[in-house]
Design a protein around this ligand. Structure first.
Ligand SMILES: *Cc1c(COP(=O)(O)O)cnc(C)c1O
Length: 405
């Protein structure tokens, strides 16, 4: 954690304006307060920050490069596009920045058991990895549907010693996995730390997860200044819960000339149950610990969601994004499954880098934005993860065949 700059938000109870907060069962309040306190202590403690810095460098693979996408920029005929290469991190996505920070906190808290939820499996893999590295017991909750579409990551977690538990309730995806993890935590809170995987949930998670990912934006900021001698015009990132996006955006918030675009999952189109674009079809509500924009019907019932990418397929968005949108600091759009798949192919073919399907949503946003900005423009897109986990699904969608039987 090279530089955790104090930022006015959230307040002491986790509010970003009207968003955020701590909407949890009474039994978890003590644990969340203990976690907040210990986190505040840890980030002031040079022993903690230097241990984390060393691990990020020597184990996780930081700093990641900022790659100029030359052929893709030329093809689009507009802005110069740079890719912040979180796909090159150990385990293949940005998730491990946060998992590493939190496992060091769990150690400080004297816990010996870790639980986590996972959708695409990337957060589960990152968590199982740091548990193996530090010798923690590890239980991962994952929806049964996600276990099928992300079988590769299930196997990886098991190699790493994690107990992967199938969640069979409801839609059998991420939301239900979070419910199970919360239930486990209530029961085992004295021995167990919950490594939440995005900038979501009750305070202190949205703040803490953001802070552990700020390193993305800090590096990108100094890399672009060195490379171009000026700040970028736009930052672009896909938004599931919003952790990779807020990690890139946050260190640029005070740079008024830098615009920021988050790209949500438009699925099969903005129709009820067919997408996960919370800022398109959503409303204000409370889900799994936090008040934010979410997809719900008129009775407040959470809607079904759909996205080709499991990692963006969630009904709520991180509360800080809701706040930043309200104050006009960030903008949001969406990419459909088809647009994401087009971007997936185009970037693979022009740059030789196969993105995760989540990342491909951000790239789809860049594809529209770059020509509009013109050739003087500079865009940094967060390349949140690599496409290995999505090979079977993308092959089916693109070649129309089941290449793995
Ligand atoms: C999990 C994941 C995402 C979405 O999560 P955020 O918290 O919104 O960043 C995006 N990209 C990849 C590669 C992921 O694994």
């Amino acid at each position: 954690m090279s530089d955790i700059t104090p930022h006015p938000l959230p307040d002491a109870l986790g509010h970003f304006g009207t968003y955020g907060g701590m909407f949890v069962p009474e039994t978890l309040m003590a644990a969340l307060k203990e976690l907040t306190l210990e986190y505040e202590r840890a980030k002031q403690d040079p022993a903690f920050t230097s241990e984390l810095d060393a691990l990020l460098r020597e184990y996780v693979g930081r700093p990641t490069p900022l790659t100029f996408a030359q052929r893709w920029s030329e093809k689009l005929g507009g802005a110069r596009i740079y890719l912040k290469r979180e796909d090159l991190l150990h385990t293949g996505a940005h998730k491990i920045n946060n998992a590493m920070g939190q496992i060091l906190l769990a150690k400080r808290l004297g816990k010996d058991r870790i639980i986590a939820e996972t959708g695409a499996g990337q957060h589960g893999v990152a968590t199982a990895t740091v548990c193996a590295r530090f010798g923690f017991k590890c239980v991962i909750y994952m929806g049964e549907v996600d276990m099928e579409r992300q079988a590769l990551n299930v196997a990886r977690m098991r190699f790493l010693g994690a107990d992967v538990r199938a969640v069979t309730a409801g839609q059998r995806t991420l939301k239900e996995a979070v419910n199970e993890a919360m239930r486990d935590w209530v029961t085992n809170v004295s021995t167990t730390h919950y490594i939440l995987g995005s900038a979501l949930g009750s305070h202190p998670y949205p703040m803490m997860v953001r802070d552990f990912h700020r390193v993305i934006g800090e590096e990108a900021r100094s890399q672009i200044l060195e490379r171009e001698g000026r700040l970028p015009d736009y930052l672009v990132a896909c938004v599931g819960g919003g952790s990779n996006a807020i990690g890139l955006f946050h260190p640029f918030l005070e740079d008024k000339s830098v615009k920021m675009l988050g790209v949500e999952a438009g699925g099969r189109g903005i129709r009820r149950g067919e997408h996960a674009a919370r800022f398109e079809g959503g409303k204000l509500g409370v889900l799994q610990g936090t008040k934010t924009w979410l997809l719900a019907n008129d009775d407040g019932q959470i809607e079904l969601t759909h996205s080709v990418s499991a990692g963006l397929d969630y009904a709520a968005v991180g509360p800080e994004h809701a706040y930043l949108k309200d104050i006009g600091r960030t903008e949001y759009t969406y990419a459909t499954d088809a647009e994401a798949l087009d971007a997936f192919q185009e970037v693979s073919l022009t740059e030789g880098i196969i993105p995760a399907l989540e990342t491909a949503h951000g790239l789809a946003g860049v594809r529209k934005l770059a020509p509009e900005l013109g050739q003087e423009g500079i865009i940094i897109c967060n390349f949140s993860g690599r496409g290995d986990k999505d090979v079977a699904q993308a092959a089916k969608a693109i070649f129309g065949e089941d290449v793995f039987g």
